[in-house]
Design a protein around this ligand. Sequence first.
Ligand code: ADP
Ligand code: GLC
Length: 480
Amino acid sequence: MKKILFAASEGVPFIKTGGLADVVGSLPKCFNKEYFDVRVIMPKYMCMKQEHKDMMQYVTHFYMDFNFQSMYVGVLETEYQGIKFYFIDNEYYFQGSTPYGNIRYDIEKFIFFSKAALSALPQIGFQPDIVHCHDWQTGLIPVYLKDSFRGGEFFCNMKSIMTIHNLKFQGTWDVKTIRQLSGLPDYYFTPDKLEAYKDANLLKGGLVYADAVTTVSPTYAEEIKTPFYGEQLEGLLNARSGDLRGIINGIDYDEYNPETDHFLAFNYNAKNFRKEKIKNKRALQEQLGLERDDRTFMIGIVSRLTDQKGFDLIAYIMDELCQDNVQIVVLGTGEEKYENMFRHFDWKYNNRVSANIYYSEDLSHKIYGSCDAFLMPSLFEPCGLSQLMSLRYGTVPIVRETGGLKDTVEPYNEFEGTGTGFSFTNYNAHEMLASIRYAERIYYDRKREWNKIIDRAMAADFSWNVSASKYTEMYDWMCP
Ligand code: ADP
Ligand code: GLC
């Protein structure tokens, strides 16, 4: 039996700000339980819902040296859908109304978490063969495993994997602070190790010291070796390209299933969507105060409102797009300029645009289950889960051909009758608009063709099966 520990800063259902949580919460249960014991460790945030805190049981606590103090580390656990989740408790570090806040403080919090997660293992008697680390928050774990935790039998053979969900975020701060917080010696703070461009970089530590590196799509794995996508670490990623794999994310097919989804007003499936899905569109138009019209081409957006997701392209053509017979439904939070941009267009085209500037699981499912198309014109996209959810719900994705979007959305080809969505290549607002308008034309003028795109979209399989087997292969290769 191989033992794997996922270490991450978020995971569903306990805490989520983005796709990382979906992956950490849904992948572990997709491994063959006869061969793998996969568990998850994450912080216990004060901002978690009470119902989730109530699920946790106290396991143990101890005191750990951290930043010249002795700090309390509590360990709680729960079993959810057959997977054991551990939570690191410290009310000083994990307070606040969101998991992330001020970056300087986040850095301290996640160095604490990384050290506490490893320190907890002997206490709870779980000795993983591999610690699978996700994003910069856990970047010091591979470093610690080669350094202060190396001595002694418990940790000496433990391997680590660093998975990049988003290279944009690296956890960088000045060397002096990170050296002090991490307790690592000077030796580590050179440009071939944790130092990057004079600062200390936690993700880089993980990328240098992990036994294997992965990211969440094959295309992104190639892209990050180039300066445009490499976020200044392309040199290192090229150097490690032999150990770098791109494994595409899946989604939880039980959680995201139009046939059983309790958030939807009307359930439907690949056979009856032609009649049933439209009922959700009516319900959503009603709920959001949009004009009630079955025909109108309804475009959905569910996203963090950041530069990464291509919102400057949307801002640029919104006026033009709103001259068409379309409705645009947005759900998201993030940068103020984009929040206000959508609020503005909601005011200006009140019948056409609905801006919902908040976080809602409920509305997100309703959007996936009601709209005709889903727009995701990302500047870069390591994988992207929203387009996978859209495909699953028969909501045709319109995407830019980058990262995981390129790997998961097959562009419509009207001559061959293939494809599951629409896409464009260059980061250009009018190229995007042309794609949207092409989709509109097929939707309005060739409805049968449009429905066949939906047939293919709903038949595509982005459950975890295939990708979990790729992770299995990697685990087996690392620990034969
Ligand atoms: P990223 O991780 O970069 O934000 P992904 O596409 O991988 O992008 O995952 C985003 C996840 O977050 C999806 O599950 C999406 O439905 C969800 N999401 C994003 N914004 C919101 C929101 N405002 N309300 C509800 N869910 C959201
Ligand atoms: C990151 C990426 C997103 C990816 C998610 C899960 O948040 O931005 O593309 O799908 O992680 O891997």
